[in-house]
Write a protein of this length. Structure first.
Length: 438
C-alpha cells in the first residue's frame, strides 16, 4: 500500500510538469480586464494558527487595496496540506486564481509548467525592481539562469523552540547546540507522558525540510550536479535514519507523532506535553494557543558539531512563501498592482509582523518590530546558515517521494520497529525509482 500511495503522489507531480503553457487561472471576464481590472481572485496560504485567523489578518489589507485601486480581491485561504495539489490541478484545468501563494521550494517545479508569469526585469520594475528584495529570498524563486517564477512575500527559517518551564523542571540550563546534546536533553525530559521533541511525521514537506538539512550536515544534496535524483548515497541514508531514529531509537519523539500532519506538534508544545520543536516563525501560533512569550525560548537548530554555518554546518532550508501570477490572468495589470501592494514596504512590515515572519524586502527589515529575539535568530540563520532546497523542475516530486519514504519509516518506528540502514536505503531506492518513472 505504501508503494501505491507514493506512486500516486508521483503521478500527480508528473502531471504538474506536463502542464502546458496555456493553462492557468484567472477571474472571469465579467470581473474586469486590463483596461479596467475590477476583480481579482487570490489564493493565500494558511500562515496563521487557523484559516479564520488568516482571514482576519488579510481581509482588512485587501479592503485597503480595494479602496485605493477600485479592485476587489476575492480571498481564499488554502490549507497548507492542500495547497500544492490545488495548484497542480489549476495548472492543468485552467480553473484557478489570478494571484496565488506558493511554497518557495516549489518555484522551479511550477516554473517548468509554463503556467506562471515570468518576472522579467520589465515586470520586476513594475513592483519596484529586483534590488528591493533580499538575495537569499530571490534565490528560491525559480531555476538558476531563468526569470523568477514568483517574487518573495514572507521569508522564514527554522529554529529550535524550547519550553522554559519544562527545561527548568528537568534541570536543563540552556538549549542544545548539537544533535547529541538534543538527544541527551530529550531523554531527560521524555517520561511521565512528556516528550523531548515534537515532529510531524505525516507532513511530507516538513519531512523534506528536516532531512534536507540533515543531508547537508552529512554532505548529501539529494540531487547531483545535473539535477538527477541521488537519494541512496550514504549521506542521504544517514540523514533520514538520524531523523527517524529520534523516535525509533532515541525515544525522544512520541510514537503518535508519526501521524501528525496538521501542526499538532505545536499544540503539544503549547500544552507542555513536548519540550522542543523545530519550526518556522511559530510565535503567532503559540500566542493563539494561550502561551505567553516568556514561556518559550528560541535557539538555532542544532548541528553535528561546532557552530551553524555553510556546507556541513547548514541548519535550515531557506523557507518562505512566494507570490505568483498565472500567466493567462485576464487582469494582468490588476494582478501586478496587487503584487506591488503586497510587497510594498508598509504591507511587508504589517503582514510579516502579524505572522512573525521576516520581510524579504530589505527596507522593511529595519523596522523595530523585527528586532525580537525570535526573529533575530531566524534572520541570522537566513543570512549565515540556511541553504535553498534544490531549484530543479522535479522538486515537488522530491517532496512527495522522499517525504513519503520518511513517513513510512516513521510509521514503522511508531509500530515498534526501528528501521535499519538497509530499511532506509530500500525506501529511498523506491523513492528514487518513482522519480525516474521506473
Amino acid at each position: 500500500m505504501r508503494r501505491i500511495r507514493a506512486a500516486a503522489g508521483g503521478v500527480i507531480a508528473v502531471s504538474l510538469l506536463a502542464a502546458v503553457t496555456a493553462c492557468g487561472g484567472g477571474s472571469s471576464t465579467g470581473g474586469g480586464g486590463n483596461d479596467s481590472p475590477r476583480t481579482l481572485t487570490y489564493w493565500a496560504s494558511n500562515q496563521g494558527p487557523s484559516i479564520e485567523a488568516d482571514k482576519k489578518i488579510l481581509q482588512p489589507e485587501l479592503d485597503k487595496f480595494e479602496k485605493r485601486t477600485g479592485i476587489k480581491v476575492k480571498l481564499e485561504v488554502v490549507p497548507w496540506s492542500d495547497l500544492l495539489t490545488r495548484i497542480m490541478t489549476a495548472t492543468t484545468s485552467g480553473q484557478g486564481p489570478d494571484v496565488l501563494n506558493i511554497g518557495n521550494t516549489w518555484s522551479a517545479s511550477l516554473q517548468a509548467t509554463g503556467a506562471l508569469l515570468p518576472w522579467d526585469e520589465k515586470n520586476l520594475e513594475k513592483i519596484g525592481g529586483r534590488d528591493r528584495f533580499v538575495d537569499s529570498a530571490l534565490g528560491s524563486t525559480g531555476a538558476p539562469g531563468q526569470d523568477p517564477a514568483a517574487v518573495p512575500l514572507y521569508s522564514m527559517a527554522y529554529a529550535l523552540y524550547y519550553n522554559k518551564k519544562m527545561f527548568r523542571e528537568a534541570g536543563i540550563e540552556k538549549p542544545p547546540a548539537t544533535w547529541d546534546e538534543l538527544v541527551a536533553t530529550g531523554k531527560r525530559i521524555s517520561k511521565d507522558d512528556k516528550w523531548g521533541l515534537g515532529a510531524e511525521g505525516s507532513n511530507l514537506s516538513n519531512n523534506i525540510h528536516q532531512v534536507f538539512v540533515l543531508g547537508k550536515q552529512h554532505g548529501a544534496d539529494f540531487f547531483d550536479a545535473e539535477g538527477k535524483a541521488d537519494f541512496t548515497g550514504d549521506g542521504a541514508v544517514k540523514a533520514v535514519k538520524q531523523y527517524v531514529d529520534l523516535m525509533a531509537r532515541d525515544k525522544v519523539v512520541a510514537p503518535g507523532n508519526a501521524e501528525y500532519a496538521q501542526n499538532q506538534s505545536l499544540s503539544d508544545f503549547s500544552k507542555g506535553k513536548t519540550a522542543m520543536v523545530l519550526w518556522q516563525a511559530a510565535a503567532t501560533t503559540f500566542k493563539s494557543q494561550g502561551m505567553a512569550d516568556a514561556d518559550w525560548g528560541v535557539a538555532p537548530v542544532p548541528v553535528r558539531s561546532g557552530a551553524p554555518g555553510q556546507g556541513t554546518s547548514v541548519n535550515s532550508m531557506v523557507a518562505g512563501i512566494n507570490m505568483a501570477v498565472f500567466k493567462n490572468t485576464r487582469n494582468l495589470d490588476g494582478a501586478l498592482e496587487f503584487v506591488k501592494f503586497m510587497t510594498s514596504d508598509a504591507e511587508q512590515k504589517h503582514l510579516c509582523a502579524a505572522y512573525g515572519s521576516i520581510p524579504p524586502v530589505k527596507a522593511a527589515q529595519s523596522d523595530p518590530a523585527f528586532d525580537r529575539p525570535e526573529l533575530k535568530v531566524l534572520r541570522d540563520t537566513l543570512a549565515t546558515s540556511a541553504a535553498a532546497l534544490p531549484q530543479v523542475p522535479n522538486e515537488s516530486q522530491f517532496e512527495t517521494a522522499v517525504g513519503t519514504a520518511v513517513k513510512n519509516l516513521f510509521a514503522r518506528a511508531a509500530g515498534g520497529k526501528a528501521p535499519t540502514e538497509a530499511d532506509v536505503r530500500a525506501e529511498l531506492t523506491m523513492a528514487e525509482q518513482q522519480m525516474s518513472g521506473q
